[in-house]
Design a protein. Sequence first.
Length: 147
Amino acid sequence: MPETGIRLLQTSFFKFEYDGTHMPTVTSVDLPSQEYEPIDHDSGSKNPSTEAQGRLQFGDLTIQRDVHKGMSTKFYDEFDKARKTGDTSTIKKPITIYVKDQEDKTIWTLKFTGTWVKSYDPPSLQSQNSSSATETFTFSVDYMESE
């Protein structure tokens, strides 16, 4: 059978960068939803009209990463800054995700701007479970571009 040139997207092949730094311990990414916020227009009549398409809003981006000795604390440090600062405009960082094919070629690039760590879920510790400990970080997203 001749090769068609179509490469199927496999969710396990990706590279995650936070503020330009590759974060190899990220094992899972839930991409943000996207929806348009309707805009109400007041025309002076009793019933303002609603436009179906308004400002594009993004949901949260959530990642999981394996916990191990010597790993970067950058995500938690950023979460701590957000908690202490209160002004997210000073702590927003870019995130880039490179989706790869089986030959490590980038087939899709997702660029997120205006992101900040809004929540942290520490790992659950269970003595009867031999799986890796993972922690979860949730990022607020201002904008996303897809290439």
